[in-house]
Write a protein that binds this ligand. Sequence first.
Ligand code: URA
Length: 485
Amino acid sequence: MNAHSLRSVRLDGPADVDGFLDRAARLLAAGAHPEAVAWRVAGERAEAQSDLFAGDEVRDGPLVAPAARLPAAFREIAARALLHSDATRHALAYRLAWRLRRAPQLMSIATDAEVARFAALSKSVRRDMHKMTAFVRFRRVAAPDGGEAFVAWFEPDHHIVEATAPFFKRRFANMRWSILTPRRCAHWDGATLVLSPGADKRNAPDGDALEEAWRAYYAAIFNPARLNLAAMTREMPRKYWRNLPEADLIAPLARKASARAADMVAAAPTPARRSAPAAASPSRAAAEACGSLAEISGALPGCRNCDLFRHATQVVPGEGAAHARLALVGEQPGDEEDLSGRPFVGPAGRVLNAALERVGVDRSQTFVTNAVKHFKFEPRGKKRIHKKPGAREIAACRGWLVRELELVRPRLVVALGATAAASLLGKAAPLRDLRGRTIGLANGLEMRATVHPSYLLRIEDPDAKKAGWRAFLDDLAAARELSET
Ligand code: URA
């Protein structure tokens, strides 16, 4: 290919990220200047730029040059930015890729206008994906074979259906479901994920029994102490409300919330006792200023004590009974917790729930939280791989944990794993030295330590796994007993 010949490159669809990366790498290797390339997308209105080529010799030809390597930092942002509905995203991405050849550190220059715009596209796609995971509501329908299936209607801003569907596949693996959106639909039959063209809202059923059940559930779990209408509107923009069966419950529940929250405060058995922190930490002052769990939830999103907030979707505060007798402290949110904003809802949470059930603990009567409130991970392709928080991150978040526990004042705190124990003790200690003992903490609370549930998931040998599970149940049963004394 001649470096100056004009190229019109056609991608297979608006979410064809791999196609873009492949074509871009080849175009770069062939020295194709960004102004000589027009990006067109099957099923999307031709980009303004391609008008320049009207009448020119524009052909979709094979791109045969050897692919140039695109840096990981670029590919990581591109994976989301290229799903944006902005029609100029490919041209922008290719200009950046072109500039990267001369400036390999370009992606770390946040003040560069093109880098900043690309990052903003990526951020808004990430937010849209998060909204989809949080606000899709399925409705039960009769399937043609007499069984049941679940259908949801959702209106994303960007081309995120393909990228978000695997989340629903994992979460609702045993259901048959379809998510219909105006541009793209995803269908899961329990075995295969299929994508189809966009749908009409008239195909999304509404007003059925499932909706009623969902509304009842929402009213039951509504926690007035957590109501923060400003944050709620920020997290759940009104445009999503019309597809949520619970939306018309929000206003009446909100009106009752201040009275119910006052009742909860009046009913509190003992005011929170203040005590000296075991060790100073940077989040201590902001956390100290919070007089309730609701205030902690409101203040946490502004925490900048470490860098983890930069890449996490959101902060994950503790949740559960405001005056639980038993508190459970994990390490940090995982992938699913990061997306949902709730602790222990992913694979480790399912192990924890099963264990609590086995030893007769009602999770809704406990307080569940983490030592570190943001997800720390390493991107690997499309996956986010959990990374252990370091001592600095544990210390940076410690004030929040200490304050949560001061407010809840549980009879017993259970450290799930070494990170939680290190945060609670203010210093690292081997788990084997802590297990089976009740340890007094500097703030007057008592702690017992056990393994983290994900440790049990990692054990491969079946006998060792069984023994690990039994020991975990024993630890939780002992914790339950102590918490009841
Ligand atoms: N692991 C944790 O430690 N906490 C969570 O919330 C989820 C997984």
